[in-house]
Write a protein that binds this ligand. Structure first.
Ligand code: GLY
Length: 573
């Protein structure tokens, strides 16, 4: 026996060997296959905004479905369990990375209807009619979510389509338990539901909703059955399309049968950038988020953020100054690339980005008005939703989807039981006039038939050394971009695990208004004073964003980050 073998078989070395073999890579393995005692999983993970939808996703993965199968099932399940933002009447974006590192993105953003035009929200004096692009039938873009799911499944799906829609039908027909958050949101919206939907009785409950109530949606179940049985035609043709068009006609809306027929989701090449030794795979326009995220990361890359410290004044100042410059660009240059030539290459050129940061000084805040006058970008709604999924083989999906405002336009399609989006509000209704969230745009984001409105949604996947590293995204309107930015930096620069990075308090700035928004108790008072002394206007607010993310550890386990600001849930197996 060799000396080596002799040593190995002494109890001390045998113990070390066993530790290296089993404990280090897996943690202390518990009963459930694939899970270690740090709440990490080997075989896949789903993180999304409602527990019942996360359960649907994980069940699909366990049945052998891949990440796209699970995403389709989660999208439909969220349309039932998260009526504030989950949807079939809205749209969204998907970023995909295969186990082999191939990337793709799917744009299923809503489109302006065929008769939409630049003046459609103006009165005879040329003024924007208040709320017309928000709470009327004309506020809706042609929905894209069902086409998106059909397209994603056609290209990448493994399980049968019907099996992916069925869990949502079950949730709608049999009902599911309402959480405290959902009960509160439903009660908050009930007066608007009644006002905007005379004669309809959707999502209402006499005496109000409370936690634990069961929400049943039979009309929505029937609509989902059409989608289950007929796929795309179950929504864009046949009885559901008829109900959408009838709803439009009775409410003076403009979406036609032809608009529904003409809607198609589009595969677009991911935009890919680098931050240090990480590869950032993200969404191209009509998302503004991908370009903005890459610009932000590049703007701060050369600075020693780790030394400055998490949420410390130097870190906040640097990131805020980058945000001001990037959001100024967003207002001018971003729109639907099928209608407007977005200067992607220029905006992402490292020398351009570094040159933008040249005016940054540690002496004092750069006034936003001095960065670029003119366009004004304000807050958008929080009510979008994001989910991140990785399957057993390592395919990853990052999807953000939205109705725009909470419960969209708050108008239901009679008989079909689902809510319509009010995404037309993401267009610029009139140059120079802010919309509900203070957003002003120009030509790049003007209303045109068949055009997609600009979005901030930033579904993103991060690679390290050629391997999957992180899947991340969030709702939050214009704060989406900065929340994703911070979550990535929290892990890469500040050594936080996925849950810490998601739970960490956030701040946000977006050029105009010239202020820095900080989550309540997010930054200590000494830091706030330092920022104020340098000329930064600080405002506080509750919850910024709801990030749902997955991190792949160096041992090959998936670690979830489910945002504690909502009902967000991470499930793995
Ligand atoms: N409706 C929010 C967004 O797409 O950015």
């Amino acid at each position: 026996m060799s000396q080596f073998a002799c040593k190995l078989y002494t109890p001390k070395y045998l113990l070390s060997f066993l530790i290296i073999l089993f404990v280090v890579p897996t943690g202390c393995v518990q009963g459930q296959l694939g899970q270690n005692n740090s709440g990490q999983y080997k075989n896949g993970m789903v993180v999304c905004a409602y527990p019942d939808a996360a359960q649907v996703g994980i069940d699909i993965l366990k049945k052998g479905g891949n990440a796209v199968d699970a995403a389709v099932a989660v999208q439909f399940a969220l349309a039932v369990t998260l009526p504030e933002a989950g949807n079939i009447g809205g749209g969204g974006f998907m970023v995909y990375r295969s186990k082999k590192g191939k990337t793709n993105t799917l744009d299923f953003r809503e489109k302006g209807p065929g008769s939409a035009n630049a003046n459609m929200y103006l009165d005879s004096a040329g003024n924007v009619v208040p709320d017309m692009n928000l709470y009327t039938h004309k506020a809706s873009g042609v929905p894209g979510s069902v086409a998106g799911m059909v397209e994603a499944h056609k290209k990448y799906g493994k399980l049968k389509w019907a099996d992916l829609v069925q869990p949502a039908i079950n949730l709608a027909r049999n009902g599911f338990k309402v959480t405290k958050h959902l009960a509160s949101d439903l009660n908050w919206a009930s007066a608007q539901f009644i006002k905007l939907n005379p004669g309809k009785n959707y999502l209402l409950k006499e005496g109000g909703w409370k936690e634990g109530d069961i929400l049943v949606q039979e009309d929505l179940a029937k609509t989902l059955e059409q989608i289950r049985d007929k796929g795309r035609d179950g929504f864009y043709d046949g009885p559901v399309a008829d109900m959408i068009v009838a709803e439009m006609k009775q409410g003076d809306g403009i979406i036609t049968k032809q608009d529904l027929k003409d809607y198609h989701a589009v595969w677009r090449k991911a935009i890919i950038g680098e931050y240090k030794n990480y590869k950032i795979i993200t969404m191209p326009p009509p998302s503004s988020g991908g370009i903005a995220l890459l610009q932000l990361l590049k703007s701060v890359e050369q600075f020693p953020l780790k030394r400055y410290g998490h949420n410390q004044d130097s870190t906040i100042r640097l990131m805020v100054e980058a945000e001001r410059r990037v959001y100024a660009d967003r207002s001018k240059y971003l729109g639907d690339p099928d209608f407007y030539k977005v200067p992607v290459d220029i905006l992402l050129r490292p020398e351009y980005i570094t040159s933008r940061m040249k005016s940054f000084s540690w002496d004092t805040a750069t006034l936003s008005t001095s960065i670029q006058p003119g366009s004004f970008v304000g807050y958008e709604s929080d009510q979008t939703t994001h989910y991140s999924i990785v399957d057993r083989e390592g395919n990853a999906v990052s999807i953000t989807t939205t109705l725009n405002d909470t419960f969209g336009s708050k108008i239901f399609v009679q008989g079909a039981g689902f809510l319509l989006n009010n995404e037309m509000d993401d267009f610029s209704s009139k140059p120079g006039v802010p919309n509900m969230y203070g957003l002003i745009g120009g030509k790049a984001n003007s209303i045109q038939p068949g055009k997609r409105m600009l979005s901030s949604m930033t579904p993103t996947i991060v690679e390290k050394d050629g391997q999957l590293f992180m899947v991340v995204g969030t709702p939050g309107g214009s704060t989406i971009i900065t929340s994703v930015f911070q979550t990535i930096l929290n892990v890469i620069e500040f050594d936080q695990n996925m849950q810490q990075a998601v739970s960490a308090k956030r701040f946000h700035s977006q050029w105009l208004p010239d202020e820095v928004t900080i989550e309540r108790d997010g930054v200590d008072s000494a830091t706030v004073s330092k920022l104020q002394s340098k000329g930064y206007k600080i405002v506080t607010r509750n919850g910024i964003g709801r990030v749902d993310a997955i991190l792949k550890t160096q041992w090959g386990y998936y670690e979830g980050g489910a945002d504690p600001r909502g009902d967000d849930t991470a499930m793995g197996w």
